[in-house]
Write a protein that binds this ligand. Structure first.
Ligand code: AMP
Length: 457
């Protein structure tokens, strides 16, 4: 019975490969094929990148040609390098016309993202003389002022602190040649629209603008239309998350029956290497004792075990000598075992993010995985939090022999996912190619005129 419901629920469905697969020709592109100079290629190689990601191979050539971009792409797609590399190339090819001018502004919604973006400029620009500075609020202004005095060509900023420093006369944006608006939809969600407008109002109108957003609802396309001139539109799918690849089952079961349900579940022969999560150390030991009594070989791993006992348990699990490892979250952090067939959440975690870490153990190296969660009545709020976080419902497994007598809760109301829309693929809202841009945009002839009078925008 248990075996049947498990097999029927978890037989892998036909695979649908839709996500982020580069086309064949894209997969063949290498960074060396892009028009980037040696210092940048060396930095890329040091990072271990060989092939550009889809957003990079589609965005870098037009960005190098000076075109505006409307990129529909999430974090995780490689979008930072998609704008940082062509910007660095531009700055290398076009020496500054005046000293200490900010030539590139990247606006991001959060300080974490700002710091990451700046880090990317440092990484990719390591062999160049391009200086970058990051500024954001919530920390003292002084060190940022000092850094700004050194005359960075690239400024990465969150809107609030940027406006502050502009109002104090510490920052001038009148010489910005390239403007990047990163994660525009998040900016709007966070209420930054007026700040963005204030910043844009002081930027030179002759500039290149690179606009990125994970989603393209109407307010974003409206903003993009007001900032971009005849942009190249690029959309890439979000990277497939681990969570999406894992089949996730859910059993409603009350506490006294949980171990029995586990024992029944483990009767399924395809449960070859099973990692069971217990919220407490004591609970982990109790589960192991009961499994052993049922003649199921299991070991526990948690903070109260000596290092030697933990290593032995882990080795036995890795070698297949022990089929079931029962772990607490903290102890499981160091576990790097491939081919875990199933993760069982014997207890649901109180923090929903922990759920994602746990189930990620069963889908290593791009494999599909199976996770099963046991939920008792008092854990139903935890379940709601998990389903909201991952944006989907776990597959309810009805009719198992230890089904809770408490009627199941209503399905969790999932937060509507803001349109995972893509940018329309048709070109420009504005008429005519390169409208208002004689010569076809900023840099069309850049390589023929490497220092020919500086930027054209
Ligand atoms: P991002 O979407 O810019 O936040 O990048 C996501 C992650 O992908 C970062 O950790 C980058 O270091 C990494 N990355 C960016 N470009 C590539 C590439 N071409 N090949 C492999 N990894 C990359």
């Amino acid at each position: 019975m248990v075996r049947e419901y498990l097999l029927s629920t978890f037989d892998p469905p036909p695979q649908e490969i839709t996500i982020n697969q580069p086309t064949n020709s894209e997969a063949d592109i290498r960074f060396d094929d892009l028009d980037l100079s040696q210092p940048l290629l060396d930095a890329i190689r040091r990072e271990g990148y060989i092939h550009p990601t889809p957003i990079q191979s589609r965005a870098i050539p037009p960005a190098l040609a000076g075109r505006d971009l409307l990129g529909c792409a999430q974090t995780g797609t490689g979008k930072t390098a998609a704008f940082a590399l062509p910007i660095l190339q531009y700055l290398l090819d076009n020496p500054p016309r005046r000293r200490s001018a900010i030539r590139t502004l990247v606006l991001t919604p959060t300080r974490e993202l700002a710091a990451q973006v700046r880090e990317s400029f440092v990484t990719y620009g390591r062999d160049t003389r391009v200086r970058s500075v990051v500024i954001f609020g919530g920390v003292g202004q002084r060190p940022q002022e000092v850094a700004l005095r050194r005359g960075p060509e690239v400024l990465v900023a969150t809107p609030g602190r940027l406006l502050d420093l502009m109002q104090q006369g510490i920052i001038s944006l009148e010489h910005v040649e390239v403007f990047v608006l990163d994660e525009a939809d998040r900016m709007l969600d966070m209420g930054f629209i007026h700040d963005i407008k204030k910043v844009v109002a002081v930027l030179p109108t002759e500039r290149q603008t690179l606009f990125f957003s994970a989603t393209m609802p109407n307010d974003i396309t409206g903003l993009a239309a007001s900032l971009l001139t005849n942009p190249v539109r690029i959309a890439v799918d979000p990277p497939e998350s681990t969570v999406d690849r894992i089949q996730q089952g859910l059993c409603f079961v009350e506490k006294p029956d949980k171990v029995d349900l586990l024992i029944h579940t483990l009767a399924a022969p395809h449960m070859t290497r099973v990692l069971v999560f217990s919220r407490t150390k004591y609970g982990a030991d109790k589960i192991v004792n009961k499994l052993r009594r049922a003649k199921i070989d299991a070991q526990a791993i948690h903070g109260n075990k000596s290092q030697g006992a933990r290593t032995r348990a882990l080795d036995a699990f890795k070698s297949g000598a022990t089929r079931v490892l029962v772990a607490t979250d903290i102890a499981a952090r160091g576990i790097d075992v491939e081919e875990i067939s199933h993760v069982v959440n014997f207890d649901l975690p109180h923090e929903p993010e922990v759920y994602i870490h746990r189930i990620g153990r069963t889908a290593r190296a791009g494999e599909d995985g199976i996770a099963l969660s046991f939920c008792m009545e008092s854990e139903r709020d935890d379940l709601t939090a998990i389903e909201r976080l991952i944006g989907r419902h776990l597959d309810r497994i009805d009719g198992h022999p230890f089904c809770s007598d408490v009627p199941p809760p209503p399905m969790t109301v999932l937060k509507p996912q803001r349109g995972r829309g893509r940018a329309p693929s048709q070109p420009g809202r504005r008429p005519g190619p390169e409208s208002g841009r004689p010569g076809g945009g900023r840099n069309r002839n850049r390589r023929r005129r490497p220092s020919g009078g500086g930027p054209q925008r």
